[in-house]
Design a protein around this ligand. Structure first.
Ligand code: ADP
Ligand code: MG
Length: 332
């Protein structure tokens, strides 16, 4: 059964259309990530699915039932926000249980579900604390716990890790992946961060200006991007786009070459000078200005001694390069 099906969903605020004819399915148990730059419509789409916003047109079906007219509380969804949205005067246990209490669930059911979620999220030692007495990571786990106890048909996460520092973001990312495996639940996760999308998703939906650019598994999108936007959005450092730097390059075309696919050679099709070196220890990013006056990044595995200002010659395997027309459409 499909967990979610969107058909021609559009959304306007006044005269401004922010979602354009979105068609999408989420299969049962699938982890789907909506990724795209800030302002592209990710939160709006999630809020339309949750029922916090009405679609201007199109249908939203959850578990095979059209829910356009169903209020959020009756849609079988649970949402986790970046801001946590916990009640400051309630302790962890009561924050997690409040939704169930409001649903009128029996005390024993509430207690059992809190106990299970709390164990899963390592919150047992914090049940009596209020949100102010918790770290950011613990607060976010409480917010996730509050979603789990509802046993929703569909989890909706809106940038849940954005308020956490880098190390905690990575830990929590792994915890969310574990959680998805444990619960086998259908999840939609919104982020502007391509790393989160690549590492968490079964299926990525790339959004841009309120439109779906491409849908596919992380490696499908990485290895076979439909257009220059997707090619440039997924991958870090981002793909290089060159119009005038490669010997023999066709005028009017853009060549897309990933930083890890460039290699340093004695004589090659790209020549330039090193402008900056990022020594990360495990790998090295070398920034180059080409003789064609374009900037590119080269990613080398391991450590590499490069000096700013030195001449550098580069080449690449044609099979690993992409070609785009002036409109960003993939060629060949
Ligand atoms: N309530 C609203 N009223 C008017 N415009 C809105 C409203 N909510 C969002 N928008 C606009 O819709 C677009 C998409 O916003 P949003 O879905 O929040 O993007 P994202 O989550 O991808 O950053 C933005 O241009 C934003 O300004
Ligand atoms: Mg948003």
């Amino acid at each position: 059964m499909t967990a979610l099906k969107l058909e021609n969903v559009s959304k306007s605020f006044g005269d401004v259309k922010v979602l354009h004819d979105i068609n999408l399915t989420v299969e049962e148990g699938e982890f789907v990530v909506f990724v795209g730059p800030s302002g592209c419509g990710k939160s709006t789409l999630l809020r339309v699915i949750a029922g916090l916003e009405d679609a201007s047109s199109g249908t939203v079906a959850i578990g095979g039932t059209v829910v356009n007219a169903t209020p959020p509380a009756k849609r079988g969804i649970a949402m986790v926000f970046q801001s946590y949205a916990l009640y400051p005067h309630l302790n962890v246990k009561d924050n997690m249980g409040l939704g169930l209490k409001q649903e009128g669930q029996p005390k024993e059911v509430i207690a059992a579900r809190i106990a299970k979620a709390s164990k899963m999220l390592s919150l047992d030692d914090y049940l009596k604390r209020r949100p102010a007495e918790l770290s950011g990571g613990q607060r976010q786990r409480v917010a996730i716990g509050r979603a789990i106890v509802r046993e929703p048909k569909l989890f909706l996460f809106d940038e849940p890790l954005s308020n956490l520092d880098a190390a905690l973001r990575m830990n929590t990312r792994v915890e969310i992946a574990d959680l998805h495996r444990t619960l086998s639940a259908s999840m939609i996760y919104v982020t502007h961060d391509q790393t989160e999308a690549m590492t968490l998703a079964d299926k990525i939906v790339v959004l841009h200006d309120g439109r779906v650019e491409q849908v596919g598994s992380p490696m499908e999108l990485y290895n076979n991007p439909a257009n220059q936007f997707v090619a440039g959005f997924l991958g870090s450092p981002a793909m290089n786009f060159l119009t005038a730097s490669v010997k023999g390059q066709t005028a009017g075309e853009t060549l897309g070459i990933r930083p890890e696919h460039l290699r340093v050679v004695e004589a090659g099709r790209i020549n330039g000078r090193v402008t900056h070196v990022e020594n990360l220890g495990g790998d090295t990013n070398v920034l180059v200005k080409t003789d064609g006056a374009e900037a590119l990044t080269l990613r080398l595995f391991g450590q590499y001694a490069a000096k700013v200002g030195q001449a550098i010659a580069l080449d690449f395997d044609d099979a690993l390069a992409f070609r785009f027309d002036v409109g960003g459409k993939r060629l060949g």
